[in-house]
Design a binder for this molecule. Sequence first.
Ligand code: OGA
Ligand code: MN
Length: 287
Amino acid sequence: MNSLGTLGIEITGLDICRDLAGDAGDNLFGDIHAAWLEAGGFMVIRDQDMTQEQHMGFSRRFGPLFHDDGQPPLQDTVSRYLHPDHPQIYRVSNKVDENGEPTGRKGAGTYWHSDVSFRDHPAHASVLYGIQVPPRGGDTVFANMTAAYEALSDGMKGMIDGLHAVHDFAVAAATQYAKPVVIDNDFDGANRCVHPVVRTHADTGKKSLYINPGFTSHLDGFTPAESKPILEPLYTHATKQDFLYRHNWRPHDVVVWDNRCLMHYAVMDYTADRYMERCTVIGEKPV
Ligand code: OGA
Ligand code: MN
């Protein structure tokens, strides 16, 4: 196990399907889960070979997945990217199929965000399986929102503790999705909610900034114009080099990140094929 920046670990020599399957894998999963939390919420497990069932099975060790309940996706705009046989699997891909249709969401999140923060129960872990990765480029950058919070002055902490922010999928939909793709009700507040600006991690008890430029619209009770001069410097602060780790994908990496205390950004600097599958764990309501 190697540490990565201030926020994660790299695991080699582990076979998720062999070593973590069934009851026999419980203790080892417990150790890995504890190490993941302790490290700051990022891990890469190298050299995996998983079926979609195995990917979902591993991801469910963290909790129930979005669409496990069989309900139609609330976030209609991205429903086209879900795997047709397994709606729990969201496809991140720049490839097209034989009919020229996209096989997934291209450049998923070319903006700083925390997955699904526009829902009352946003994502806890995201488990992204890098099935095909470009030889160069296509990295994902992660920002440590716990370290960013802790580095603020007591004055700033005091000012933002207790504030709430509105998160709305429409913020990203407006700028990041082509017009024909966006489904109207995604602009109607179907995916809008309010969360604390500083959240306390349910497992570690640590405080993190929980705002992101991708989905956070404004501070609750403030106008957008009033919110901007408070939120923008926090984003600039949180994305300083000091708090970042840039993941360079190798084929068959399984990356697990904790959306409760990290933001991430997909770098779009490649043209070669990139195909990944993501399972997303439903989290608790942030407090
Ligand atoms: C995601 C995402 C980043 C990437 O899957 O949630 O933001 O680099 N992906 O593909
Ligand atoms: Mn994402």
